[in-house]
Design a protein around this ligand. Structure first.
Ligand SMILES: Cc1ncc(COP(=O)(O)O)c(C=O)c1O
Length: 457
């Protein structure tokens, strides 16, 4: 009999609770600092940007947080997402390994991002927020918040990194179709944007700059607008845990348990989403699943950055957290994985990596697209360039297993599809893409600007 390819759950299996890693962290947390005073932040400071329910989730140490019925109802539009076994890819590689992938690209906007956009819009609506500001790199996060805003009747203002705005008009049109206003960042709508445009009217922008603009607009709106972030923060990672909780049930259906769980990392949310529920079993039940985070070698925060306190944005308006960072002034090379071009990383993930609970690897752009095309030609799905980083690492694991004659069980998160990234594929197929390995001197220069924090590490 042929192998089963697809493992699906019913709507009743949509998790009723999110998993919060704070409850089980095997290493002590580091404080979140005010960007001006570098003293621990108070809920008051955060409440300028976020509704109280989100702040409470950010600092909660409860192991589970109930998912509101209204959020589960919207999740039903696309959850549970399928888990598939990549039988054809296994054959193409000639590997004894079994490769499974959780496919988050079935969401209306094509990625895992609505898993947190929906609850963030819901909690803002409940708190009376009329408008949200946010940034977007590749456009996946902006699309997700625009979609969620339209469902909960909240206006959404998106600051889109200028290079992406120019490269990806269809993402912008998608956001506008959901009713969002989209601006190419840096803009002249903020003081920070104006200062950058004065220096360089053609400034290409960066995720750190777009975050600064979105934060500035919310912070100076006299309470009329709140800010929403699509990764990095603890509550975002918690919301993404639905990916891993469903995967646990689906691996059970497949009758296997992963030896290694893989995800790409930009700010860390889709990786944490799939990996943390498995980490819980490592910590509590003696399982020994390897957890592998994959980043681009053009923005290698985990594998080359310093584990230090740094600002979350370029203009130093966002809170300072301890993370693996390439420095807040770092402007990454224009690789076609806009969602991975960020200088920092989620603090919990960094602390776990530093303590050895998580592994990380950096892969190059060309090797990533090679893996993406091989995957598309065998499994049919054209992956988002971000997600293709996870595919590269999954293929490398499968090839390593082949060499060692090892029947390894590999699970990776396919965080999104690449239907809006076809110009990147066009460039790759025409031989026009190149690798951008980050030179060590550039990392050292950006790290020289880290804030001097006296709190003991
Ligand atoms: C498809 C996709 N995967 C992954 C990421 C990286 O973000 P995170 O590390 O928060 O999952 C992004 C970010 O834009 C994305 O669009």
């Amino acid at each position: 009999m042929s192998e089963q390819s697809k493992f699906v759950l019913s709507e009743n299996n949509i998790p009723k609770r999110w998993y919060n890693i704070n409850a089980d962290m095997p290493v002590p947390p580091n404080p979140v600092l005010h960007p001006a005073t570098l003293e621990p932040v108070t809920p008051d400071f955060l409440s300028v940007l976020f509704p109280m329910e989100i702040i409470m989730q950010e600092i909660s140490t409860d192991q589970y947080i109930d998912i509101p019925d209204e959020v589960r109802d919207v999740y039903k539009l696309y959850r549970p997402t399928p888990l598939l076994r990549a039988v054809r890819l296994e054959k193409a590689l000639g590997t004894p390994a079994h490769i499974y992938y959780k496919y988050e690209g079935v969401s209306p906007v094509g990625s895992h991002k609505p898993n947190t956009a929906i609850p963030q819009a819901f909690y803002n609506k409940a708190a009376g927020t009329k408008a949200l500001t946010t940034e977007t790199g590749a456009g996946q996060w902006g699309s997700a918040l625009a979609f969620a805003g339209s469902l909960f009747d909240i206006a959404v203002e998106v600051y889109m990194v200028k290079v992406s705005y120019q490269q990806k008009p269809y993402r912008r049109i998608l956001m506008e179709t959901y009713g969002a206003d989209v601006y190419a960042s840096p803009t002249d709508r903020t003081q920070y944007g104006q200062s950058l445009l004065q220096e360089n009217p053609e400034h290409p922008g960066s995720l750190g700059i777009a975050i600064s603009e979105a934060v500035e607009v919310a912070a100076t709106s006299e309470g009329k607008k709140k800010y929403s972030l699509g990764s990095v923060l603890g509550h975002v990672l918690t919301h993404q845990s639905v990916i891993g909780e469903e995967s646990l049930m689906q691996m059970d259906l497949a009758g296997e348990y992963p030896d290694v769980v893989i995800g790409c990392v930009g700010g860390g949310s889709n990786f944490a989403g799939i990996a943390y529920p498995f980490l819980r079993h490592n910590l509590k039940d003696g399982k020994q699943t390897r957890l592998l985070a994959v980043e681009p070698d053009a923005a290698p925060s985990l594998t080359q950055g310093s584990f230090a306190f740094d600002y979350g944005d370029t203009a130093k308006m966002a809170p300072v957290v301890k993370m693996h960072t390439l420095g807040h002034s770092f402007v990454p090379a224009p690789i076609h994985a806009g969602g991975l071009r960020y200088h920092g990383m989620a603090p919990s993930l960094c602390a776990l990596y530093d303590a050895g609970y998580i592994e990380a690897v950096a892969v190059s752009q060309l090797a990533t697209f090679e893996a993406a095309v091989l995957f598309a030609r065998n499994e049919g799905i054209v992956p988002a360039p971000e997600s293709a980083h996870a595919i590269r690492a999954a293929i490398d694991e499968a090839l390593d297993a082949k060499q060692k004659g090892d029947k390894r069980v590999i699970l990776f998160n396919l965080s999104g599809h690449g239907h809006f990234d076809l110009s990147a594929y066009e460039g790759y197929l025409a031989g026009q893409l190149k690798d951008y390995k980050l030179p060590k001197q550039e990392v050292d220069a950006a790290l020289a600007e880290l804030p001097q924090v006296s709190i003991p590490a």
